[in-house]
Write a protein that binds this ligand. Structure first.
Ligand code: MTE
Ligand code: LUZ
Ligand code: MOS
Length: 748
């Protein structure tokens, strides 16, 4: 089925936040933010700005009627700075005026006197000074201390991996309006409408039932709107609450890049021990997560780093520790993979370090240690329905790894200027929110008596096609045409207490709830169809009621009208909570994931050893979709994820200076993959697997896992550099920008 948004997207008719018809009298808001990364605020002078043309109000912490607090996991993040600023871009005030232009003019008139404090941008420095967001956590399996003695080879090293700008095409924004009796409706470009509702309630000091959050769709989120869509929605809601006027805010790109957090940079120290036959016997890793100035989602991201700290590999003796380090940068946040990719990156660094030292191909170590049925992960989950080796073998066979290796070796032997590199990247990603209590969802279905159907769930459409999948669930159960089904906006009045659409679990959780709702409705319709015969034999196909396989004279619309006249309820609200998952944080053991997603990618790159530039010749993937319920949508997720992952590993370089100022603050200085830098070929094969019962229609979650194929891009480039400069000792420090490649090509 074609994506239900395709037509309107192409015609430019889809509604995003900034397309919402504005009410007469709408005011515009602009946050005024800190220009230093760490300081005491000595004074704020708003007088001149308040007198500026078109300005209606300038709000600060003093105007907050409830709590000036937006921290979700930990209450450590004021909405507006009070007496101290912790990062450049931290909001101090909200300017509200009759036009955005007037707000920007007024902003120039605000005067803040700062008493500057020392700035920390490096996570290791923060850790050394005891500046942590939460206490560190450690996962343990077996006994590494004893294991080192049994290892034939032991290697140590360090890896660094930078952050990543989300660069959703639609920037952050929100639009608030009053309803009667002090209630407020906020349209928000958020992945988590309930989080916005709860935070508006907290800051305004009014109950959640007076706040309606509505989200039609996002022009991309990628995790950047899981938590960080909230402050802007709260700000416009506050202004609407105080001024009794509609208030809107839509961010400029450079403001968005400057003020919002990104993927977490990580630094890691590792120690890896192997046997003669390349089995990894022991692994110790310490991760330093650069959290930024407030917790945001960092503790949860850090947790997923630990859950994925051994990547796709079984290691019997593990000690994995992570520190969430408090620095003076904008709070970093969720980004596709949610700390998992960083955990995996360090694991791959350890393997490559060992492979180089031993003079073997990294793939030999990777292959020898892939998870197998019944293996225990460091946090106690026993692996079942494991497809790691199956995906690996299929990828090697399908794309002829042995021949490709030989071709690359031949190419490198006969070329001085260009060198090719190959890398294999197996993935294994756990599906479920790691916080067990978040794994639930609800769906509300109304069948109107003309036979049309409207569906609301907690899922937010952000380009990943979740709404299309929701339509497919309804049509497959009711046997009706997709044109009869409409997916309503995600709205806190229709579906309450939702988890954000995140963790790749949006389709699974909301889809399972929707499936229950539709099945309940169908069960009610069966006796309507045949009052006297066996109702269970009823089925609906192509809008027609069948008794067994025999077509009756009852159509879908007749059936619904009949049910209505018989006073049968045509609405249903269902709840789903993932079974089987549990986790005990006091022991760091449990079974947090419903299932895992597997796959293997083979990446080939050609490096220009004169310039340091590179081209990805191809990426060849075998991916475990289970039984994909929509191959067009799912293949699109793979392609997008792969390109985003390659971007993170290659071109995209976030640079803050020592004063915590973002230097890569626009698309002129922050490079993202374009059509010229994506791999020339992306080959994708669906692994032939059963799927999993806990995946919707056995169609496995697909949103985040493919990003990690991109990690292969880093190691493919590294391999090409080694072909050119075999004696160099290379640091592992992503991204591999052309500048860094050039330095490494000629490193002594
Ligand atoms: N695809 C598009 N086009 N836009 C997005 O913002 N976000 C990704 C992924 N794919 C995203 C996307 C992230 S971070 C997640 S968690 C999942 O989609 C969320 O959707 P799902 O749970 O329905 O897979
Ligand atoms: N968000 C979250 C996530 O709150 N918990 C998670 O486990 C998670 N995983 C991936 C992406 N977002
Ligand atoms: Mo995705 S990082 O779970 O929004």
């Amino acid at each position: 089925m074609i994506n239900i948004d395709a037509q309107n997207h192409v015609k430019g008719q889809s509604i995003y936040l900034d397309d919402i018809q504005e009410l007469q009298g709408t005011l515009y808001a602009l946050p005024f933010d800190a220009t230093v990364a760490h300081a005491k605020i000595v004074s704020i002078d708003l007088e001149a700005a308040r007198q500026s043309q078109g300005i209606v109000a300038i709000l600060t912490a003093k105007d907050v009627p409830g709590e000036n607090q937006i921290g979700g996991i930990i209450p450590d993040e004021p909405l507006f700075a009070e007496d101290e600023v912790h990062f450049r871009g931290m909001a101090i005030a909200l300017i509200v005026g009759d036009s955005e232009h007037h707000c920007r003019q007024a902003a120039k008139l605000i005067k803040v006197v700062y008493d500057e404090l020392p700035v920390i941008v490096d996570p290791r420095e923060a850790q050394a000074k005891g500046k942590l967001i939460v206490p560190p956590r450690t996962f343990r399996l077996g006994n590494t201390t004893d294991a080192w003695a049994q290892c034939d080879h032991v290697f140590e090293g360090r890896s660094d991996v930078n952050g990543q700008e989300h660069l959703y095409i639609e920037t952050q924004g929100a639009y608030a309006r009053n309803k009667e009796d002090g209630s407020i409706v906020v349209s928000s470009s958020t992945q988590g409408p309930t989080a916005v509702q709860r935070t508006v309630s907290r800051v305004l000091g009014i109950p959640m039932h007076k706040i309606e959050i509505d989200t039609v769709r996002l022009g991309g989120g990628f995790g950047g709107k899981e938590d960080q869509a909230t402050p802007w929605a709260v700000m416009v809601a506050l202004a609407t609450h105080l001024l009794r006027k509609p208030v809107k805010f839509s961010m400029h790109r450079m403001d968005d890049m400057r003020m919002t957090g990104k993927r977490h940079p990580y630094s890691a120290d590792f120690k890896i021990g192997l046997s003669k036959d390349l089995k990894i016997l022991a692994y110790e890793v310490t991760h330093y997560q650069n959290a930024g100035a407030a917790a945001d989602l960092s503790p949860a991201v850090m947790e997923r780093t630990l859950f994925h700290s051994t990547g796709s590999y079984f290691i019997p003796n593990v000690v994995a520790t992570a520190y969430s380090c408090k620095t003076n940068l904008p709070p970093n946040t969720a980004f596709r993979g949610f700390g998992g990719p960083q955990g995996k990156f360090a694991m791959e660094a350890a393997i490559v370090t060992a492979a180089d030292a031993l003079g073997v191909d990294a793939s030999e170590i990777q292959k020898a240690n892939l998870f197998a049925e019944g293996d225990e992960i460091s946090f106690g989950q026993i692996m079942t329905q494991v497809n790691a080796s199956k995906a690996w073998d299929d990828c090697m066979a399908t794309y002829g790894y042995a021949d490709r290796q030989k071709a690359v070796a031949d190419f490198n032997a006969s070329n001085d200027r260009f060198k090719k590199g190959l890398a294999i990247q197996p993935i294994c990603f756990g599906i479920s929110f790691t916080n067990t209590m978040m794994n639930h969802a609800r769906a509300l279905v109304h069948i109107y008596y003309d036979g049309s159907v409207v569906v609301s769930t907690g899922a937010v459409e952000m380009g990943q096609g979740v709404n299309t999948k929701m339509v497919q669930i309804v049509t497959s159960i009711f046997g009706i045409h997709p044109s009869r089904v409409r997916i309503e906006s995600t709205n806190t009045l229709r579906v309450a207490n939702t988890s954000p659409t995140a963790a790749s679990a949006g389709a699974d959780l909301n889809g399972k709830a929707l499936e229950i709702a539709c099945k309940n409705l169908l069960a009610r319709l069966k006796p309507v169809a045949f009052a006297d015969a066996d109702p269970e034999s009823m089925q609906i196909m192509e809008e027609w009621v069948y008794k067994g396989n025999v077509k009756t004279d009852l159509s879908w619309t007749d059936l619904i009208m009949k049910a209505f006249t018989m006073r049968v309820a045509l609405s249903e609200n269902a709840h789903y909570a993932t079974p089987t998952i549990h986790y005990d944080k006091t022991k760091e053991k449990g079974h947090p994931f419903a299932y895992h997603v597997y796959g293997t990618a083979l990446v080939e790159v050609t490096v220009d050893c004169l310039r340091g530039t590179y081209d990805f010749d191809r990426i060849d993937i075998v991916h475990d979709f289970g039984q994909s319920m929509n191959t067009a949508v799912d293949n699109g997720q793979i392609e997008g994820g792969v390109v985003q992952g390659i971007g993170w590993m290659t071109l995209e370089e976030i640079v803050y200076n020592e004063q915590g100022r973002l230097l890569s603050n626009a698309l002129s200085t922050y490079k993202v993959p374009d059509i010229y830098s994506v791999p020339k070929q992306i080959n994708l094969k669906h692994l032939d697997t059963e799927g999993h019962e806990l995946a919707i229609k056995k169609s496995k979650a697909v949103g985040e896992p493919p990003l990690m194929y991109g990690i292969g891009a880093y190691y493919a480039i590294r391999s090409a550099i080694m072909a050119f400069n075999p004696s160099a000792t290379l640091a592992v420090d992503a991204p591999y920008t052309p500048e860094k490649v050039l330095m490494d090509l000629y490193k002594k």
